[in-house]
Design a protein around this ligand. Structure first.
Ligand code: PHB
Length: 402
């Protein structure tokens, strides 16, 4: 009974979201436009809809639309046209894809993406064309560091943030010798470097870095090396499908009992159903956990479940908060995207209750946020404690010119 009610209303929310999309695709013209008001706001969603990060992209997309749907489905009083593009997490296609959104689709905002290498391409296009960009995941430091700009915002994290928190936790736990392992691209390198930075500061030493090409999952030779090195702790940055495979392979190799495996929370976020027993007890740091006590988190998780049938995770939160940031910024300028200074100003000043806690941005446009230590229990990343409070990315090299 309850189940079928839930299903029915989930269908209604999704149908509502789909109808809005269909109206956009068929060029449906609302009455307000006919009597001389503004055209639709065009949002270009450039996300991974296929590949190892596909589930991450889907949760960002669904939650962004949910946030806007909950507030009446408009932005600053204007209807919305969503343009979606699968970036395949392929940096080589990043510039072409981003340029398509700007030149061909004439989007007002680019929203994307998950993969740091593709984010870099989007950042360059955003700077070259002065297009608004909101990054709902990819943590590459330069986006809110050396390449920061008034038109570039990030609602997620920098790669440095959760990694630094974990380095501190591992050092505080008395671990001395670490091995770090990841994919060989910006996110993996920045994440493992930031872990090492905090771990070294706390008296530890990273003895070895092991890397494989993205999105490879040939972990066996690297696991053999870890077994031979016998460090006190292994720090791993993997996410999505790759994280599922790594955590399972680590346990299957018999390493889980011998050497603690830690990481930024991506290692176990949105992946626990698939990881099962292999993930139980793993400790990670992230700006989200599955059982936070915030009222906003409870309503968000229920609404996301109802709309999609899936449990929320950090990617859904970031998509949802991207929606809230757009609602706030465009609300302040009543949908007038040309009022750029006022729009940027309003977005910079946006403060709200996110499912993760209080949301505020640094001067470099990256969230300043608490990082939680979490521990896997069943299919949840359970809150343990705040590992680092109000952690801001160093934003190295950011000179925000107006
Ligand atoms: C990134 O490439 O920056 C990235 C990808 C997936 C994550 C986190 C960061 O879960």
């Amino acid at each position: 009974m309850t189940q079928s009610i839930r299903k029915a209303s989930r269908r209604r929310v999704l149908a509502g979201m789909a109808a809005a999309g269909a109206a956009a695709a068929t060029g449906f013209v609302p009455t307000r436009f006919a009597i001389g008001q503004q055209a639709k706001i065009r949002l270009g969603l450039m996300l991974p809809y296929t590949g190892t990060y596909a589930a991450l992209g889907k949760n960002i997309d669904d939650a962004l639309r949910l946030a806007i749907h909950e507030k009446g489905g408009t932005l600053g009083g204007r209807d919305i046209e969503y343009v979606t593009l699968d970036d395949e997490s392929d940096p080589a296609k990043g510039s072409d894809n981003a340029n398509k959104l700007v030149a061909r689709d004439k989007v007002d905002f680019m929203i994307g993406t998950v993969h740091s290498g593709v984010v870099m391409a989007m950042v360059k296009v955003a700077r070259d064309t002065n297009t608004m960009l909101v990054i709902p995941n990819g943590g590459v430091g330069a986006a809110t560091g050396a390449l920061c700009a008034p038109n570039i915002f990030r609602t997620s994290f920098s790669n440095w943030q959760p990694a630094y928190a974990m380095g501190k936790v591992a050092a505080d736990a008395g671990r001395k010798r670490a091995v770090v392992i990841s994919w060989d691209y910006a996110a993996g390198k920045e994440s493992t470097d930031a872990f090492t930075e905090a771990f070294t500061k706390g008296g530890g030493k990273t003895e070895k870095g092991l890397f494989l090409p993205f999105p490879g999952v040939e972990f066996q030779p690297l696991l053999t090396e870890i077994a031979a090195l016998k460090p006190d702790v292994v720090y791993a940055f993997f996410a999505g499908g790759g994280a599922v495979k790594f955590v399972k392979d680590y346990a299957a190799a018999g390493l889980k009992k011998a050497i603690p495996l830690v990481g930024p929370g991506f290692l176990t976020d949105g992946t626990l159903e698939a990881q099962g027993e292999a993930a139980q007890g793993l400790e990670t740091t992230l700006h989200y956990a599955d059982d936070l006590k915030f009222a906003k988190d409870k309503t968000f998780r229920a609404a996301f479940k109802q709309a999609t049938g899936r449990d929320a995770d950090v990617y859904a939160v970031q998509g949802y908060d991207t929606g809230t940031l757009l609602i706030s910024g465009l609300g302040a300028v009543k949908g007038d995207v040309k009022a750029r200074d006022a729009l940027v100003d309003a977005m910079e000043k946006t403060v709200f209750d996110s499912p993760r806690g209080r949301f505020t941005l640094s001067k470099a446009h990256n969230p300043v946020q608490d990082f939680y230590l979490r521990k896997v229990q069943g299919t949840e990343n359970r809150y343990v404690r705040v590992a680092v409070k109000a952690l801001a990315d160093p934003a190295t090299g950011c000179k925000m010119s107006a």
